[in-house]
Design a protein around this ligand. Structure first.
Ligand code: AP5
Ligand code: MG
Length: 215
């Protein structure tokens, strides 16, 4: 089963991808998490990527595609995967389709998690993330068992450097247009599932229902 999670920054892609990954034993590929690790490196690529992330801009398609290709090589494709943060443009979506076709597979479903941009700002302000294993928490809606510590790997939780309100607003503005084009694209491909907002558990229940074919 090959799944995609789509949504604005803060819609809950990472949160839901982790839950799907654990329950269905699918590798979780999050291009944003990989880019944040690359941006910490003192290499020409790291420096270049950091500039895009700090400005809240998408990285160029060729960088995102190169990263995804490398990640797909690391996994056993016959077991499936859940993509979080890719594709971000219709071009990336088309390249992904071609790439998977060459490997005799395809995307089965693309879940679009709807979210109100104003609620997202509040959510992101309360987000704390684990840079080690990629889990994200919320100080009010999804707190860790021990404040400031990841439940899964025990690392310290931090604020993301692109989570300043001004950068979040920019990320939302930049992604709104492209997201509409991508959801239209997957609608035409007949694999789009729109998931309306709600609590983390309500959204997950909707996704699960769709995966298990009850919707
Ligand atoms: P990325 O890391 O993917 O960031 P994003 O799209 O901005 O999304 P977020 O990770 O901020 O939000 P999320 O939807 O995962 O929400 P989360 O589950 O954490 O990308 C970062 C950057 O990398 C991009 O800006 C771009 O520059 C670049 N990039 C990445 N991929 C790229 C690509 N393919 N091409 C080009 N550039 C690329 O939840 C948010 C918070 O809300 C958490 O605190 C969570 O606990 C809480 N929460 C979640 N769901 C709910 C709920 N239902 N109710 C209440 N709280 C909730
Ligand atoms: Mg995320």
């Amino acid at each position: 089963m090959n799944l995609i999670l789509l949504g604005l920054p803060g819609a809950g892609k990472g949160t839901q991808a982790k839950k799907i990954s654990q329950e269905y034993n699918l590798p979780h590929i999050a291009t944003g998490d990989i880019l944040r690790l690359i941006a910490e490196e003192e290499t020409p690529l790291g420096v270049r990527i950091k500039e895009y992330l700090d400005k809240g801009q998408l990285v160029p398609d060729e960088d995102a595609i190169m990263i995804l290709k490398e990640e797909l090589k690391k996994i056993d494709l016959s077991k499936g995967f859940v993509l979080d943060g890719f594709p971000r443009t219709v071009y990336q979506a088309k390249v992904l389709k071609e790439m998977l076709a060459e490997m005799n597979t395809q995307i089965d479903r693309a879940f679009y998690i709807e979210a109100d941009p104003e609620k997202i700002i509040e959510r992101i302000a309360g987000r704390r993330v684990c840079l080690n294993c990629g889990h994200s928490y919320h100080i009010k809606y999804n707190p860790p068992e021990q404040p400031g510590i990841c439940d899964y790997c025990g690392e310290e939780l931090v604020l993301r450097s692109d989570d300043k309100e001004e950068t979040v607003r920019k990320r939302i503005q930049i992604q709104l247009d492209e997201l509409k084009k991508i959801t239209d694209y997957f609608q035409e491909e007949e694999i789009l599932e729109v998931i309306s907002g709600g609590s983390i558990e309500e959204i997950y229940a909707e996704i699960k229902k769709a995966i298990e074919g009850e919707s």
